[in-house]
Design a protein around this ligand. Structure first.
Ligand code: SMO
Length: 781
């Protein structure tokens, strides 16, 4: 028996293709007869459209189709059906597409866009979530009552800017505060930020005769695109094919449906010629969705001994102009909204609020990167007020086996251990920081202060209780297999992990497992969406079941041929044999497409294994209290961060980051480390530099990568150490749970806590830019 492949850091199976440039992305694709599309976007954040004149654009030679909102009277949405394909009646954010052109080449399309005349009447804008809740606030959606939405799950308030109100009620909040020795109240803010994948959104669509639609798109979830496209334009799912080749990053920004419906309509208008729309970087920033902003208001009651006994929170999400995933983010953040702590009395109100900003969507962490800025800063502030060590304070309150979450879910021995993650990072970062008198004097003299920050995190996949995945494993003539799934590997490395799982399960060398990279809704088995850090668990389980199905078929076939009972058969490396007579055996390749006896008789036939997986035991949540079971699996983690702050400039240098996650079981150490480091760096962007800024009229100011800064190699910490706790997830593949989004959660809070630890500065808003830190220091001095 060869060595197990589980846990081994095998290199990415897509590595060579990607570094050589052989991997084909939608950006690379051209279809015979293809037209190129361009968008006309709004220069106003909120304005009535008085008139659109497309006549000059239409008469430009080479233009094949021009569309405005009137030509495509469809509304799109995942949970709230609120977004027109092209602005209709009014525009609701700067950058909103108002018209689209398809032409023989891109220059012509762009020239035609310039020829489209739009007359606007500016309307009052609403940008601030608290202002948006005021009774006299301008309404972003006057017709909210006429929209459709998923009833019983989302609760919009027509006549207001509230797209959803999610509630958690546990215990008796008033009684809790009445018993508290100390009550701490704070407000925290995180602005909207961007996903910034290397590959911008891009779609090719062809609407052929008989209403058959074929789409090539850079997306995370082909079946969700098909589903939403069908519901939006009324073409049956069986008429739509969605193909996803290599994808250059998503981070949640490609989780749902974006350009696909509009490009399909352009192709229809161009009499079925294929049309390609490639978002420019500026369009990616201004016209495609971002991550929601969040204002958190949090009030916490604690005992003198450091037990948190009451917490009341209002999360006010800046959804921007359309709800998209935003209502579900408000919900997901709501049901895990106090973090991995056991608190008896809890009241959470999570409001997803329309404004005239760019609309928000899913983004790695799905609300958690945002609300943990409030939760984990609040924990440190309380500890300081109690005169208690921040580690000790957390340890007293963290979830442990036997704890009950705020939605009433009981934590078990196998749920995972956040306390172990925190203890590990505290030890490795050298908590608590003790400075010698000499060092203190030197810090005062140089103005450079060292500090440590801790923060914990948790997250479970945000998904409806019944979402499913499936897998097909086809055996080839030589005994190798092709694995088909339609969760997408858009950079996270899951296909490599699935290849390991299949090879392990089937007793095949890794080279004999080929995960099919290009996914099509016509030929690949169903998967709901590639989101929520759920694919390794759900897709992994589906692959295991498909492999087991294939093995069972081989066993039953081999039993007849080898004239042995099935129970007597064992699998070896690429072969099946009789346990007590190992030389009585069959190689996989002898069974792969059917077995032929010496006389020519044949049995069996091509081997195809099929596997499916649906989450077990999840429930809907009570509309009034949020009680229920929302979580497929909880992944816990913690960060310990060491920084040095230069108070003369406000600059912070990250000296060291230590992170630990309870991943259940490490399936591929190299890949999981890559995920963690990538998430940490993305979190540093939110912590230090990333922010979407608008002027007073709601016009976007940060429209390019010069004004909007993401971390580069030069911004990396000196040291990143990653550790894994392995409390097996009983229903996870080989005990694993997801860890894709988690590393970027709580990075901001750990940095904010380290800043307070170093300088005593308590900041409540990110990014913690040098300017903000410098000004705070000046004010303090
Ligand atoms: S933020 Mo994700 O694509 O669930």
């Amino acid at each position: 028996m060869s060595q197990s492949l589980i846990g081994v850091g095998v290199p990415r199976i897509d590595g060579v293709e990607k570094v050589t440039g052989e991997a084909l992305y939608v950006h690379d694709l051209k279809i015979q007869g293809m037209l190129y599309a361009a968008l006309k976007t709004s220069p106003y954040a909120h304005a009535r459209i008085l008139r659109i004149d497309t006549s000059r654009a239409r008469s430009l030679p080479g233009v094949k189709a021009v569309l405005t909102g009137q030509d495509v009277p469809y509304r799109l949405g995942l949970y709230m059906i609120d977004r027109p394909l092209l602005a209709t009646g009014k525009v609701r954010y700067y950058g909103e597409p108002v018209a689209a052109v398809a032409a023989l080449d891109l220059d012509t399309a762009r020239e035609a866009v310039e020829l489209i005349e739009v007359e606007y009447e500016p309307l009052p804008v609403v940008q601030d979530v608290e202002e948006a809740l005021r009774e006299d606030a301008p309404l972003v959606h006057e017709d909210l009552a006429t929209y459709s939405w998923i009833k019983g799950v989302y609760f919009p308030k027509p006549g207001t800017n509230i797209a959803n109100h999610f509630k958690v009620r546990k215990g008796d909040i008033e009684a809790g505060f009445a018993r508290a020795d100390l009550i701490v109240e704070n407000k925290f803010f995180q602005p909207q930020v961007l996903h910034m994948p290397l590959e911008t959104h891009v779609t090719i669509a062809r609407w052929s005769s008989g209403d058959r639609i074929k789409i090539w798109t850079s997306a995370q979830s082909p079946f969700a695109v098909r589903d939403l496209l069908s519901m939006t334009i009324g073409v049956p799912r069986s008429h739509i094919e969605v193909i996803v080749p290599y994808v250059g990053g998503g981070f949640g920004g490609k989780a749902g449906i974006h350009l696909e419906a509009l490009v399909a309509c352009l192709s229809r208008a161009a009499r079925g010629r294929p049309v390609k729309l490639t978002a420019t970087r500026e369009e990616e920033i201004a016209s495609l969705p971002c991550r929601q902003g969040l204002l958190s208001k949090i009030k916490t009651g604690v005992t003198r001994e450091g037990r948190i006994i009451a917490e009341e929170i209002a999360y006010l999400w800046d959804a921007g102009a359309y709800a998209d995933y935003g209502v579900n983010i408000g919900r997901a953040a709501g049901y895990s909204g106090v973090g991995p702590y056991e608190i008896e009395n809890v009241k959470i109100d999570s409001y997803t609020i329309y404004t005239n900003h760019i609309f928000g969507t899913a983004y790695r962490g799905f609300g958690h990167a945002e609300f943990f800025w409030a939760i984990e800063r609040q924990r440190d502030i309380i500890a300081r007020k109690l005169g208690m060590d921040a580690l000790e304070f957390r340890m007293k309150n963290l979830l442990k086996p036997g704890s009950v979450t705020i939605t009433g879910e009981k934590i078990h021995e196998n749920t995972g251990r956040v306390d172990k993650c925190l203890a590990l990072v505290a030890e490795k970062i050298g908590w608590p920081l003790v400075k010698t008198e000499e060092e203190k004097a030197r810090e005062k003299e140089t103005g450079r202060y060292r500090g440590l920050g801790l923060a914990v995190l948790h997250k479970a996949p945000a998904m409806p209780p019944s979402t499913a995945s499936s897998a097909i494993v086809k055996m080839n003539e030589d005994g190798s297999v092709n694995v088909l799934v339609s969760g997408i590997d858009y950079g996270q490395g899951t296909y490599t992990t699935l290849a390991q799982i299949a090879a392990e399960r089937l007793h095949l060398p890794l080279e004999k497992v080929h995960v099919v990279w290009e996914t099509s809704t016509e030929t690949s088995p169903y998967d709901w969406q590639t989101v929520a850090s759920r694919f390794t668990v759900m897709g992994g389980n589906a692959v295991i079941r498909a492999c087991d199905d294939l093995l069972a078929q081989m066993k039953s076939l081999a039993a007849g041929i080898l004239r042995a009972a099935e129970e007597e058969l064992e699998f070896g490396q690429e072969e099946i044999y009789v346990r007590h007579h190992p030389d009585q055996k069959l190689a996989y390749r002898e069974l792969a497409i059917g077995y032929t006896y010496g006389n020519g008789n044949a049995v069996g036939g091509p081997l195809i294994g099929r596997g499916r997986y649906i989450a077990q035991g999840l429930t809907f949540l009570d509309a009034e209290t949020g009680q229920g079971r929302p979580a497929l699996d909880w992944t816990y983690g913690a960060h310990g961060i060491e920084i040095e702050v230069d108070t003369k400039t406000g600059n912070m240098r990250v000296l060291k980051i230590v992170s630990a996650f309870d991943v259940g079981r490490v399936l591929n150490e190299m890949l999981v480390k890559g995920q963690v480091i990538g998430g940490i760096v993305q979190g540093l962007g939110t912590a230090f530099s990333e922010v979407l800024l608008y002027d007073r009229e709601g016009r976007l100011l940060t429209r390019n990568l010069v004004d909007y800064k993401i971390p580069t190699a030069k911004d990396l910490p000196d040291v990143i150490e990653t550790y894994f706790v392995e409390t097996p997830q009983l229903d996870g593949p080989y005990g694993a749970r997801g860890v894709a989004e988690h590393p970027m959660i709580s990075i901001t809070s750990a940095i904010g806590n380290a800043l307070a630890n170093a300088t005593g500065l308590e900041l409540y808003e990110v990014p913690l830019s040098a300017e903000r830190v410098y000004l705070a220091w000046q004010e303090k001095a």
